[in-house]
Design a binder for this molecule. Structure first.
Ligand code: KIV
Length: 271
């Protein structure tokens, strides 16, 4: 008899069932063991090891510089912290766009070296062959349409995407292609709420919105944004659940004062 307590794990199938049952999906980014453990224990459905690590962990202006090795390091740390949620990892820029064999090799490295459960790739029609190849190797893939930060230099801005007919039509076609190629879900980033709602109704795979309104099947936020660690990023779509920037600053200021004044450590804090 196993001594391990049975934990009901979230799978890609769970997400499909949640959509079919009209229940929302919660997703947050995480990049390390400690936060992943807290989010998992709190009941999050999905943790995304986003390439936003390039911004919030490494301080780069864009997601482009982060490497496959660095994503693998973050993903390994997250996987060690979770017991039940689904862990999805971004394939970073430059590791899948050139051809589907390279995409598959990158995908296999992440799956083998991290223990993560699924991958996320940005783009529509352009990446369909790679999605098919990765899925046919048994690796679940999440799509990502709308504002795709790895293409920021093509767009030029982080403004709302698909707010003209041409782009909206392409997005509607792209999500169908991704679904057909075998994606189990798709992120919709920064697109009009009405379009996201329409697109969500057109597919059986769940859509996870960020800045895409309430008509998506789930929502995702970057943990540093929703916890208020980053106080310089305040887009309309963001709801801050804490103001950690202020709280951490207050705590650290107090600590510095206590050290400088000799108040810390006191007798009870000493051996
Ligand atoms: O990298 C990331 O954090 C993401 C989310 C914004 C969806 O792709």
């Amino acid at each position: 008899m196993s001594v391990h307590k049975e934990v009901k794990k979230v799978t890609t199938n769970t997400l499909l069932k949640l959509k079919a049952a009209n229940q929302k999906i919660s997703m947050l980014t995480a990049y390390d063991f400690s936060f992943a453990g807290i989010f998992d224990a709190a009941g999050i459905d999905v943790i995304l090891v986003g390439d936003s690590a390039s911004n919030v962990m490494a301080g780069h202006e864009t997601t482009l510089p982060i490497t496959l090795d660095q994503m693998i390091y973050h993903a390994q740390s997250v996987v060690r912290g979770v017991k039940r949620c689904l862990v999805v990892v971004d394939l970073p820029f430059g590791t899948y766009q050139s051809n589907s064999d390279i995409a598959l090799a990158s995908a296999i490295r992440i799956m083998k070296e991290t223990g993560a459960h699924a991958l996320k790739l940005e783009g529509g029609e352009e990446i369909v062959e790679s999605v098919k190849k990765i899925v046919s190797a048994g690796i679940p893939v999440m799509g990502h349409l709308g504002l795709t930060p790895q293409s920021i230099y093509k767009f030029g801005t982080y403004n709302v995407r698909a707010n003209n007919e041409l782009e909206a039509e392409k997005l509607k076609k792209d999500i169908l292609l991704l679904q057909e190629a075998g994606c189990f879900a798709c992120v919709l980033e920064k697109i009009p709420a009405a379009l996201a709602k329409e697109v969500t109704a057109s597919v059986f795979i769940p859509t996870i919105g960020i800045g895409a309104g309430n008509g998506c099947d789930g929502q995702v936020l970057v943990m540093h944004d929703m916890l208020g660690i980053n106080n310089e990023f305040n887009p309309r779509f963001l709801r801050k659940y804490l103001n950690m920037h202020e709280q951490i600053t207050t705590a650290v200021t107090q600590y510095i004062d206590d050290v400088k004044s000799g108040d810390f450590p006191n007798e009870k804090e000493s051996y």
